[in-house]
Ligand binder design. Sequence first.
Ligand SMILES: [Zn+2]
Length: 456
Amino acid sequence: MRIYNTLTKTKEEFVPREDKKVKMFICGPTVYDYIHIGNARTFVFFDVVAKYLRHSGYNLEYIQNITDIDNKIIERAQKENVNSLEYAKKYTKIFKEDMKALGVTSPEYKNATDHIPEVVKQVQTLLDKGNAYVIENDGIYFDLSTFPDYGKLSGRTANMADDAVSRIDDSDKKRNRSDFALWKFSQEGDPSWPASFGDGRPGWHIEDTAITEKYFGPQYDLHGAGQDLIFPHHEAEIAQQESASGLKPFVKYWMHTGFLINKEKKMSKSLGNFLSLNEALKSYSPETIRFYFLSAHYRSPLDFSEEILKQSEAAVMRINEFRHKLNLLTSQVKNIDPKETAEILQKVREAMNDDFNTPEAIGTFFELIRQTNQKLENGQMAMTELTKIIDFFDKVLGIIPKSITFPPEIQTLIDQRELARESMDFTIADQLRSQIESLGYQIDDTIYGPLVKKKK
Ligand SMILES: [Zn+2]
């Protein structure tokens, strides 16, 4: 298996630190609102990575943190006049429900506020080793002049306009411009926890390393997130953990997902083109949303468009029809020559082993669906192997729909129209379209075939 490592900027053979054991950590959400659909892309992708690693025989421990203490949470809670910890609890619950609805079932979640003693311990270590310093009435900061490796992941050391930076790091008393906060001393109205160096709350970057050090130790295999977190967040994590333990590399493989973009612009809440996962789930099935994310390579930008979502919906419908047909034909199909179908599963695995190339894996699956329809009617398919393929796309990618059903007469008309289109008989195809529409359905033809829906 080969993985593109942001640290070395090359595809590398994946060799975990301890034979088949993999420890993976993915940056989770800051729970101050519903999560953005761009974050959902990252979480779905790493859900697939986790499921594929387990499918491939790795013994995986997968942790995702939940940032439930943060400036943004405190500000929102104050606006609504509620306790900020309660406010965070509400959105943590919504986040977990939305993830479950989307079929993201692989991570073990860890709240930042459940790991304050670990944070305090790490801050104390950095103070003791001279990597951190105190600014009176403000907080404890990391001294970047003590860490010459800063910038090795991103190739830079200075902030740029688009960076995900936190106001928590602002102070004109810092020793170096990019020094960041490890701990903020108590302020009126803020949640606060006890510490010998002064009561307060953790900075953003330190919660990740405090959590991973507790469960994984000072070094582990795989760390991922959206690419907007490379700088400064992941550079800060490296600085903290490698300084605290003196061991490097802190993480062996770094993986980052591309942006979801809208008309050439990065989608973000500040640009006003915000769409939450929660909203998306009201209009599209979880399988459609997962298919949409996975139909592009995880490192490429993905266009956010209704058009692509519609195509994904049609694709999921094709898969459903294919599976439905298989179920109907099971009793009649002879189990002959599994070789051809076994080769397809092999091709799918090869695509996944090449830096999780989900679009290629999906392409191979659709090639199979196209080729098999005729063979199935003749009862010439290897059922056991086909079932294995369906199972793979269900358990690992999560794109097999629970079930979409049409009344039998509609399904027959859809099938007849597809046959007519395949034999270029467009007059008949058009007649069938009118017939389907007159029965209260609408048809959109997409690259994956027709998307048929009941008219609203
Ligand atoms: Zn993080």
